[in-house]
Design a protein around this ligand. Structure first.
Ligand SMILES: *[C@@H]1O[C@H](CO)[C@@H](O)[C@H](O)[C@H]1NC(C)=O
Ligand SMILES: *[C@@H]1O[C@H](CO)[C@@H](O)[C@H](O)[C@H]1NC(C)=O
Ligand SMILES: *[C@@H]1O[C@H](CO)[C@@H](O)[C@H](O)[C@H]1NC(C)=O
Ligand SMILES: *[C@@H]1O[C@H](CO)[C@@H](O)[C@H](O)[C@H]1NC(C)=O
Ligand SMILES: *[C@@H]1O[C@H](CO)[C@@H](O)[C@H](O)[C@H]1NC(C)=O
Ligand SMILES: *[C@@H]1O[C@H](CO)[C@@H](O)[C@H](O)[C@H]1NC(C)=O
Ligand SMILES: *[C@@H]1O[C@H](CO)[C@@H](O)[C@H](O)[C@H]1NC(C)=O
Ligand SMILES: *[C@@H]1O[C@H](CO)[C@@H](O)[C@H](O)[C@H]1NC(C)=O
Ligand SMILES: *[C@@H]1O[C@H](CO)[C@@H](O)[C@H](O)[C@H]1NC(C)=O
Ligand SMILES: *[C@@H]1O[C@H](CO)[C@@H](O)[C@H](O)[C@H]1NC(C)=O
Length: 622
C-alpha cells in the first residue's frame, strides 16, 4: 500500500528500496522494503487479449435486493485518478433521487457501486468515498496489468438513507501518481442504485422495537474538512497522537451509534507482524517496524472518557505480502474495509446540552500511519423537543497485557496477549418512554511470533475476539437484545526470505485468515458469516519489482441467515480460476463445511467467554 505524500517522496521511496526503506514490509524482515509491484515483463509474457481485462473481485455475498426489482440508478461521479496524490479530494455535487426524477420515494436498499479500470503498472492505493463528510466506503485499488484490469465494488449503503435524501457534496480521495514506471491511471465510475420498497427483500421479518429501526435520522461526520490535500480521514502517526473533532447534537436525540473506519499503512500496514522493541534494541536493528503486534483504536469523549474501542481486522491490501496472491481474488475486506459500530447512547446525557463536544481517536502502539474517521448516527425523537438522559454506570478496564519475550540474537519467540472490556449503562427518556441501554464491548487478543533464519523467517499466529452486546430495558422491564455481534479474526502467517544478491531476494510465504461473525440486530434475523482465505506462493523481487513468482488463493465463504445461505468455494492460481462453486441454499444449510486442508476448526465462532454469552447460546446453534 503506497501512500507516499508527493512526487518527491515517491522518488525518495524508490531510492529507499535500494537501501533500506522507511516503509514496513512484513515479508522483508530485516531490511524493510515497501510492497513490490509486478514487473510488466512477468505480465507481458502472458498473452491476454487487450480487450479482455482481468476482472478482480473480493468474495462476498450478493446484496439482498428485492427480487426482480429494477433500481433507479444514476452516475454520481466519473473521474480519472492520475496526479491526485496530495491534492484535495475530487468533488461532485450529489443530488438526491427525488430531484432526479426517481419514480419511487421509499427504498428497500440503496447500493453504491464503484467500478474502475486501470492498465499499466501501479501501486495499490487506499481510497475513501464521503458524502457531506460522512464516509460511505473505505477501499483499496487493485494493482493493474499491462493488459488492463476491471473491478466492481458494491456496498449496501441503506444505513446512510437520511443523508442520501439530501443535497450534498460527494468527495473521493484516491492519491495516485503517474511516473515513467508507475503508469496506471484509475478510471472510476460511482453509481448509486435505489431499489423500490414494497417488493420486500424478505429480510425485515421481525418488527423492531418502535424507534429502533436500522437507519438513523441524522448522521454527523467526525472527519476532517475536505479543503485539505488528502482524504477526509484523520492521520494518526504515533501512540501519543490524538486526533479529534468537535460536534454538537440536537437536543432530541434518543439513540447514538458511532461508526468507525480505520486503515493502516506504511510502518503499520502489517502491524500484526511488527517486532517487539526489546528484540529490535537487542539486535541494534534500524529501519524495522516496532512497537510489537498489538494495536487498539480508542475512542474518547471530551478527552476524558473512553467510550469504546476497535480491535481491527487484519485487512491485507492488494499488494500485500505477495501481490501474486491477490490476482484476481483479493483479500478479505480489501475492497470494502469493515467499519465498526460503537453504541454511544449510554453517554447521551454528556452531550445533550447543546454545547460542542469532542470525539477523539488514538491508537495504542501506533506507528506512522493510520487513517481514522467516524460517522455519528443519531436517532431523533420527532415528537419532543428534547430528551432526557442519565449515565447510570460505566466501566472501562485498562488493557490487561501480557508478554513473554525470548530473544536469542536474531532468533526469537514472542507471545503477546491482551484483554479489555468496556461497558456503560444509561437511560434516555423520550416519547418512546424511558429506555435503558446497556452496552458492552469485550476484546481478546493473542499473538505468537517466531523469528528465525537471521530474521528472514517470520511465523505469526494471531487471534482477535471482539464482542459487542447492546441490550434495551423498557419501563415494563422487558429486556430486548438490540445488538449481538461475536467476531473472531484468526490469522496465520509464514514468510521466509532469501537474499539472492544483486538487489534481488526471493520470498516464500503463506497466509491464512478469516473474518467470522455471528450477529443479531433487532429487527433483522440472526446471521452467521464464515469467510476464510488461504494464500501461498513465492516471488522473486528485484529492485522492488516482482520479476517472477506464483500465487494461489483459496477461499470458502459461507453466510447463513434465517435458514437461507450463500456459499462460495473458489480458488485461483497464477491469475486463473481453478474452481468456483457458488450455492444459494447450501442444501438446507446443514452440511459440515470446514477444511480446505487448512485449519478452520480454530476459526469457528465460539464467543470467548462462555459465561458472557450463556444466555445467547440459543441464538444460533453453532
Ligand atoms: C463509466 O461510465 C461511462 C459512461 O456511462 C462509460 O462510458 C465508461 O465505460 C464507464 N467506465 C467504467 C470504468 O465503468
Ligand atoms: C436540492 O437543491 C436544489 C437547488 O438548491 C433544491 O431545489 C432542492 O429542493 C434540494 N433538494 C433537496 C431534497 O433538498
Ligand atoms: C506524534 O505525532 C504527533 C502528530 O504528528 C506529533 O506532534 C508528535 O510530536 C509525535 N510524537 C512523537 C513522540 O513522535
Ligand atoms: C549493539 O550496539 C551496542 C552499542 O553500540 C553494542 O555494544 C552491541 O554489541 C551491539 N549489539 C549487537 C547485537 O550488534
Ligand atoms: C470530562 O470533560 C467534560 C468537559 O470538559 C466535563 O464536562 C466532564 O465532567 C468530564 N467528565 C469526567 C468523567 O471527567
Ligand atoms: C484475558 O482473559 C482471560 C480470561 O479471563 C485470561 O485467561 C487471560 O489470561 C487474559 N489475558 C491477558 C493477557 O490478560
Ligand atoms: C545483476 O543485475 C544486472 C541488472 O539487472 C544484470 O545485468 C546482471 O547480470 C546481474 N548479475 C548477476 C550476477 O546476476
Ligand atoms: C506455510 O508454509 C510452511 C513452510 O512451507 C509450512 O510449514 C506451513 O504448513 C504452511 N502453512 C500453511 C497454512 O499452508
Ligand atoms: C503462469 O501462467 C503463464 C501463462 O499461462 C505461464 O506462462 C507461466 O509459466 C505460469 N507460471 C507458473 C509459475 O506456473
Ligand atoms: C472446495 O472445492 C474444492 C475443490 O473442489 C474441494 O476440494 C473442497 O473440499 C471444497 N471445500 C468446501 C468447504 O466445500
Amino acid at each position: 500500500m503506497a501512500t507516499s505524500s508527493s512526487l518527491l517522496s515517491l522518488f525518495l521511496l524508490i531510492h529507499h528500496f535500494i537501501s533500506s526503506a522507511t516503509a514496513n514490509n512484513l515479508h522483508r524482515s530485516r531490511y524493510l522494503r515497501p510492497s513490490p509491484v509486478l514487473d510488466s515483463i512477468l505480465d507481458s509474457s502472458l498473452t491476454y487479449r487487450a480487450d479482455s481485462p482481468t476482472r478482480f473481485f473480493e468474495v462476498t455475498k450478493p446484496i439482498d435486493t428485492p427480487p426482480a426489482a429494477e433500481p433507479f440508478s444514476y452516475l454520481v461521479l466519473r473521474h480519472q485518478f492520475a496526479f491526485t496524490y496530495g491534492k484535495p479530494p475530487v468533488l461532485a455535487t450529489y443530488i438526491p433521487p427525488s430531484d432526479q426524477g426517481c419514480p419511487f420515494g421509499d427504498f428497500s436498499n440503496i447500493v453504491l457501486e464503484w467500478t474502475a479500470t486501470c492498465r499499466g503498472r501501479q501501486f495499490d492505493r487506499i481510497f475513501g468515498v464521503w458524502l457531506g463528510g460522512v464516509e460511505l466506503l473505505r477501499s483499496c485499488t487493485a494493482e493493474p496489468r499491462p493488459t488492463g484490469i476491471v473491478w466492481t465494488v458494491q456496498k449496501d449503503i441503506t444505513r446512510y438513507h437520511s443523508l442520501l435524501m439530501k443535497n450534498g457534496t460527494l468527495a473521493v480521495y484516491l492519491g495516485n501518481l503517474i511516473t515513467k514506471v508507475y503508469t496506471g491511471i484509475y478510471d472510476v465510475n460511482i453509481t448509486i442504485h435505489f431499489y423500490p420498497a414494497g417488493a420486500a427483500a424478505g429480510l425485515d421479518s421481525s418488527k423492531p422495537l418502535r424507534g429502533y429501526h436500522s437507519t438513523a435520522d441524522l448522521i454527523l461526520p467526525i472527519s476532517r474538512k475536505p479543503h485539505i490535500n488528502d482524504g477526509l480521514w484523520f492521520k494518526i502517526e504515533n501512540s501519543t497522537d490524538t486526533e479529534s473533532k468537535k460536534f454538537r447534537i440536537p437536543p432530541n436525540v434518543y439513540r447514538a451509534v458511532l461508526e468507525v473506519y480505520v486503515s493502516f499503512h506504511e510502518n503499520d500496514e502489517f502491524w500484526y507482524g511488527n517486532y517487539p522493541n526489546e528484540y529490535i534494541k537487542a539486535n541494534n536493528l534500524t529501519s524495522v517496524a516496532g512497537n510489537g503486534p498489538f494495536r487498539e483504536v480508542l475512542v474518547t469523549l471530551d478527552r476524558n472518557t473512553t467510550v469504546g474501542s476497535v480491535w481491527p481486522f487484519t485487512v491485507i491490501f492488494t499488494g500485500g505480502v505477495n501481490p501474486l496472491f491477490w490476482r484476481p481474488i483479493t483479500a478479505v475486506g480489501s475492497f470494502d474495509l469493515p467499519s465498526y459500530d460503537i453504541e454511544i447512547t449510554p453517554f447521551l446525557s454528556r452531550i445533550l446540552d447543546g454545547e460542542p463536544h469532542e470525539l477523539g481517536f488514538s491508537i495504542t502502539n501506533a506507528l506512522n500511519v493510520w487513517y481514522v474517521d467516524a460517522n455519528l448516527h443519531l436517532w431523533l425523537d420527532h415528537k419532543s423537543k428534547r430528551t432526557e438522559s442519565e449515565l447510570v454506570s460505566y466501566s472501562s478496564s485498562p488493557v490487561a497485557y501480557s508478554s513473554e519475550l525470548e530473544v536469542n540474537g536474531l532468533d526469537g519467540k514472542f507471545i503477546i496477549g491482551a484483554n479489555r472490556s468496556i461497558s456503560a449503562t444509561g437511560w434516555v427518556r423520550s416519547s418512546y418512554g424511558k429506555i435503558t441501554t446497556v452496552s458492552n464491548q469485550r476484546f481478546e487478543f493473542s499473538n505468537t511470533m517466531v523469528v528465525g533464519n537471521e530474521a528472514n523467517l517470520q511465523i505469526i499466529e494471531q487471534t482477535i475476539r471482539y464482542d459487542d452486546k447492546v441490550d434495551l430495558k423498557t419501563e415494563e422491564s422487558s429486556c430486548v437484545r438490540l445488538v449481538r455481534s461475536y467476531k473472531k479474526f484468526p490469522f496465520k502467517f509464514y514468510s521466509n526470505t532469501f537474499d539472492q544478491g544483486n538487489e534481488t531476494y526471493s520470498l516464500v510465504a503463506n497466509v491464512t485468515l478469516a473474518f467470522n461473525e455471528k450477529k443479531v440486530v433487532l429487527g433483522v434475523p440472526g446471521s452467521k458469516l464464515r469467510n476464510a482465505q488461504k494464500a501461498d506462493g513465492y516471488m522473486v523481487v528485484k529492485d522492488n519489482l516482482v520479476v517472477s513468482g506464483l500465487g494461489s488463493t483459496s477461499e470458502v465463504y459461507r453466510f447463513d441467515r434465517n435458514g437461507g445461505c450463500y456459499f462460495r468455494n473458489v480458488s485461483s492460481s497464477n491469475y486463473t480460476i481453478l474452481y468456483d462453486d457458488v450455492r444459494r441454499g447450501c442444501g438446507g444449510g446443514r452440511r459440515e463445511w470446514p477444511p480446505l486442508g487448512f485449519d478452520l476448526s480454530s476459526s469457528g465462532i465460539y464467543p470467548f467467554r462462555k459465561a458472557f454469552i450463556e444466555s445467547d447460546e440459543a441464538m444460533n446453534g453453532d
